[in-house]
Design a protein around this ligand. Structure first.
Ligand SMILES: C[S@@+](CC[C@H](N)C(=O)[O-])C[C@H]1O[C@@H](n2cnc3c(N)ncnc32)[C@H](O)[C@@H]1O
Length: 198
């Protein structure tokens, strides 16, 4: 589901870049990822995360995707004049990635699963395109943050099939992931590094 005006304000601002920089720093501390790999980002938005991932992990190739072609245009604008070597942007639905199986060493997703009605299907797609032993870096929010009595009137999200911490953990296990590290922010969200089974 595409963002509405309010959430575009939330994610397309310098505070979000600062937050993502801290989160990617945390992820880097909890995962040894050799430079030179093939990476994917789903729901990349305006591309700030892709730029930080490139800088911090030095992949050979980073494919940054988003459902919303407008976001792809924003990404090209946002990254103009910055180092974008090895990053390719393409519009794609996280539920139907136009990519072959087992090709990526790492997949990143910041705040995207909770925008997808069939988020379990998106997890299965992440598992499909990751190599065995590949890493999934995840930042997610829970309904108590984005669907509470205030935010449900301002933000736009799918209403059915929502997930909290237990649902997410069960779905990650069913999709074949094991937990390397997590940082839970009670009732609000989670940062995690996960590994696809070999
Ligand atoms: C909350 S924003 C996060 C953007 C960026 N990752 C960030 O952290 O700033 C969620 C992003 O997911 C994208 N999105 C929503 N549904 C999607 C889907 N089915 N497949 C891929 N991207 C999707 C939206 O267009 C939006 O850019």
């Amino acid at each position: 589901m595409k963002l509405n005006w309010a959430e575009r304000l939330v994610v397309n601002n310098p505070m979000r870049v600062f937050e993502q920089r801290l989160e990617i720093g945390w992820m880097k501390k909890h995962a040894r990822l050799s430079p030179g790999g093939s990476f994917l980002e789903i729901g990349c938005g305006r591309g700030a995360g892709a730029s930080i991932i490139r800088e911090q992990f030095s992949p050979a190739f980073l494919c940054a995707t988003d459902l919303d072609p407008m976001m792809m245009k924003r990404a090209v604008r946002y990254l103009y004049g910055r180092e974008t070597r090895n990053i390719r942007f393409c519009a794609a639905d996280g539920l139907r990635l136009p990519l072959t199986d087992s090709v990526f060493d790492a997949v990143f997703g910041f705040g995207v699963l909770h925008h997808i009605p069939d988020w379990q299907g998106a997890l299965a797609e992440v598992a499909r395109v990751l190599k065995p032993g590949g890493l999934y870096f995840l930042e997610e929010l829970y309904p108590s943050l984005y669907q509470n009595f205030i935010t449900k009137h301002i933000l736009l999200h799918p209403e059915k099939n929502r997930f909290g911490p237990c649902d997410l953990q069960t779905a990650l296990e069913s999709a074949g992931f094991s937990v390397r590290a997590t940082f839970q922010i009670k009732f609000a969200g989670i940062l995690a590094v996960l590994e696809k089974a070999n």
